[in-house]
Design a protein around this ligand. Structure first.
Ligand SMILES: Cc1cc2nc3c(=O)[nH]c(=O)nc-3n(C[C@H](O)[C@H](O)[C@H](O)COP(=O)(O)OP(=O)(O)OC[C@H]3O[C@@H](n4cnc5c(N)ncnc54)[C@H](O)[C@@H]3O)c2cc1C
Length: 297
């Protein structure tokens, strides 16, 4: 029987020891042992059927919420950017996992469909948005999500009602080892110009309050109930605090920025120090929002 990696090469680009710093917005992280970029949906499903069940798998969107260890990842990263379709049927919009969230929100606004405006400010893909239950400005993915289609570890595609995913603030429970292929949202009709105006206001607020000019991974910590992680970090005097090439943004205290030469270990050390300092000062343990791959925090 042909080895799984030889089979995969017929379905897309398979690379070995691919630097994850190139595939994360924070720009840090060591190599992935295998990096597979399938060429289409059939290739994604085929890959799920033939990769060994004991090989760790990471579905990858835009890497905008990922901190990968300097030691890299010993499994297979599957880049889902080939799945970029967006389809409309009345008030329902179905998007594939690799569709960029800002493109999805723009398409919905053009069609006069409201509910995904916040996605204009989130730099990830729709699949990552589902996995994280992304949200901002009082909206989140779970508000309008109807169903998701996943492919499981046996290579079967299954449609799951949104109610089965246990979605909460920055939390979604996807079946173990599965990845999202597509998702359907039910939206509300509204004037396109009114929707676009809300999106402009959100974008403007973002660019004035977040350090978007430097590599980062968005909010590092979840907001604790009734408070804001940024407020606590700032009150602990940590704005501008640095470890190696990683620094707590002076513009937004819940953002860590890569000043250019940061290593993943610098970011982890900064996260540990921030958690420890905030816990000592306020008795509140911050929970990371960023997904980590490799070393534990
Ligand atoms: C400047 C900036 C601003 C941000 N603002 C916000 C914000 O306002 N609100 C917010 O919620 N987030 C925000 N984020 C964080 C991030 O953009 C979101 O979490 C986004 O949903 C991640 O999408 P992604 O495609 O980049 O996912 P990735 O970072 O590639 O992956 C994140 C996780 O999702 C999993 N995943 C990705 N695709 C799939 C798939 N198809 N199936 C199953 N699992 C998958 C990955 O394995 C990983 O565990 C921000 C980030 C940045 C850099």
């Amino acid at each position: 029987m042909t080895a799984w990696n030889v089979q995969l090469k017929a379905w897309g680009a398979l690379r070995e020891n691919e630097s994850m710093a190139r595939h994360t917005t924070l720009g840090v992280g060591g190599p992935a042992r295998w990096y597979f970029k399938p060429e289409n949906r059939d290739a994604v499903i085929h890959a799920m059927k033939c990769i060994p069940s004991d090989l760790p798998l990471l579905p990858l969107g835009r890497g905008s919420n990922l901190l990968v260890s300097d030691d890299g990842f010993s499994g297979l990263v599957m880049d889902l950017s080939c799945l970029s379709g967006i389809y409309r049927d009345g008030k329902q919009v179905t998007a594939e996992a690799g569709a960029r969230m800002n493109k999805l929100s723009q398409r919905c606004a053009d069609a006069g469909l409201a509910g995904l405006e916040f996605m204009a400010t989130v730099p990830g893909d729709m699949g990552g948005g589902i996995a994280m239950n992304a949200g901002a400005f009082g909206q989140q993915v779970s508000d309008t999500l109807q169903w998701v289609e996943v492919v499981n570890i046996d290579g079967e595609s299954v449609r799951l009602d949104a109610k089965m995913l246990d979605m909460a603030y920055r939390h979604t429970r996807l079946p173990e080892g599965s990845l999202v292929l597509s998702a359907c949202f039910e939206l509300q009709p509204d004037e396109p110009e009114a929707i676009k105006q809300r999106m402009r206001t959100m974008r403007k607020k973002r660019s004035s309050t977040q350090p978007l000019e430097k590599p980062n991974c968005g909010s590092v910590f979840k907001n604790p109930p009734g408070d804001h992680a940024a407020r606590l970090i700032e009150a602990a005097g940590l704005k501008g605090f640095r470890v190696g090439g990683a620094c707590i943004s002076a513009k937004h205290a819940n953002f860590i920025i890569n000043e250019g030469q940061a290593r993943s270990s610098d970011v982890r050390e900064l996260i540990r120090h921030t958690r420890q300092t905030v816990e000592q000062r306020f008795g509140i343990r911050l929970e990371p929002e960023v997904c980590t791959l490799g070393d534990k925090l």
